[in-house]
Ligand binder design. Structure first.
Ligand SMILES: [Cu+2]
Length: 151
């Protein structure tokens, strides 16, 4: 026959150890949960508020709606950084804003990434260093065009 202390050692102690182990592993599980189910890293998004602009930045905006830009001219000081907020309001329609040396659109100065609406993106580039009259259009719809003036 087992003595009562043997019953204690061979039943209660292992049970206590198992119980402790379950509790510890549940704590451990809670600690490691973010590793087991990692949340998706925030992916760079082109919507939302524009990033902070460096001093001297000219902030411009233009929108596209019904295959038209809402303005026919943009103006920026020569050689200065430009932030152009482009709001594409055409659902399912891809537009961009691209600046060229002239209407031939053969010498790009800045080509904004294509953006499928409805979505707003902020383009950052430097205005040409020489004052003058330049050209912008949407690369997908060249009829959407205007004058980019540098002064
Ligand atoms: Cu377009």
């Amino acid at each position: 026959l087992f003595k009562s202390w043997q019953v204690f050692v061979f039943t209660l102690v292992p049970l206590a150890l198992i119980f402790t182990g379950v509790i510890l592993s549940s704590f451990h599980g809670a600690d490691s949960a973010p590793e087991v189910f990692p949340t998706a890293a925030p992916r760079p998004t082109s919507s939302g508020p524009p990033p902070p602009a460096p001093a001297g930045t000219t902030q411009l905006s233009i929108a596209a709606e019904n295959l038209k830009f809402d303005k026919a001219s943009l103006t920026a000081p020569a050689g200065q950084p430009v932030q152009l907020m482009f709001d594409n309001k055409d659902a399912g329609q891809m537009h961009n804003v691209a600046v060229y040396a002239d209407r031939s659109a053969s010498t790009p100065i800045f080509k904004g990434e294509l953006d499928t609406g409805p979505n707003a993106v902020t383009y950052s580039f430097n205005a040409p260093s020489s004052p003058g009259s330049y050209f912008f259009h949407c690369d997908v719809h060249p009829d959407m065009a205007g004058t980019f003036t540098v002064n």
